[in-house]
Design a protein around this ligand. Sequence first.
Ligand code: G1P
Length: 295
Amino acid sequence: MKPIRKAVFPVAGLGTRILPATKTIEKEMLPIVDRPLIQYAVDEARAAGIDTFIFVTGRGKEAIEDHFDVSYELEDTLTRRGKTAELDALAAIRPGAGDAIFVRQQRPLGLGHAVWCARRIVGDEPFAVLLPDELIFGSPGATEELVAAHDRTGGNLVSVLDIPREATGAYGIVDPGETKHGMTEVRGLVEKPRPAEAPSTMMLVGRYVLQPEIFAKLEDQKPGAGNEIQLTDAMARLIGVQPFHAVPVTGRRFDCGSKAGFLAANLALGLARPDIAPALKALLHEAGLDLTVRT
Ligand code: G1P
């Protein structure tokens, strides 16, 4: 079985849910505590053993590319000032030379189309997909959990989370089969079903391990929900052809594409950071906000 070495990050979206902040700043570059959102997804992939990071970008997304590059002036200044901790922090987040690859999705035709745009770079091997809007906080990370499951079953895998039935219309939903060894067989997949029609409340959280055969399915995939080429619809066509399993995420999920989710992620991750938590707790207390923190 081929190992999972490559991850695709679809980052071409316009971020309309967080306007006006995202008018000139990529939503993936908005900070959660002291790192841009995209960094969390890249770190999660790296923790899963992935060494090739493929970003499907669009126009106006140049800062993402710069973020993963050397910043010569900045690093030279830090070196001259002896700021070794800051230099180390920058070095720690940077992919190795040639490990980050950027390709553009020219038109916003949907998530399935974005993933298809990475086909020539992925080639003929299984790969991970991470939707960076979904920040999943926990150890092991969701991608590591999928890669471990892939080692056991092969085939295609998706991370899932149980949601209230009234929310199914916003997500991909699994039609579940038998559950064995912490994994549920996927019998069907539906993108954004109405609550009454949803086959379950098992939501796709935006973490996938897919076989390269998905690209042939995406190639002729017709537009689906929202008139977009849906990854969910193409994945559904691999069910029965290849093994397909759902793995529950153990981490805590934040939808950082929404304002409330973005703020909650900042608070939760700030409160989980030993260097920041004491000051943050004191400020929240002063503001009359006493939060009980569970980490
Ligand atoms: C996408 C996927 C959907 C998944 C969701 C997770 O939807 O199409 O299956 O549940 O991400 O956030 P989008 O948020 O792009 O509409």
